[in-house]
Write a new protein. Structure first.
Length: 61
């Protein structure tokens, strides 16, 4: 069985208001992603030598 990759290419033409909201949304998403990545790295550094700690780092605060 062969694997086929399929892709669609499209163009968006948002209004100024839509473009503003898209930039705002992407900025928020980037902030949340970077925040969670930093917390994950911090948890990893804290528990990397702990043999009991599972490899998945769940941050509960």
């Amino acid at each position: 069985m062969t694997k086929h990759n399929k892709a669609y290419k499209l163009s968006l033409y948002p209004t100024e208001e839509q473009a503003y909201l898209m930039r705002k949304t992407f900025g928020c998403v980037r902030f949340v992603y970077n925040k969670m990545l930093a917390e994950h790295k911090e948890a990893y550094e804290k528990y990397k030598d702990d043999k009991v700690q599972p490899k998945k780092f769940i941050i509960m605060e």
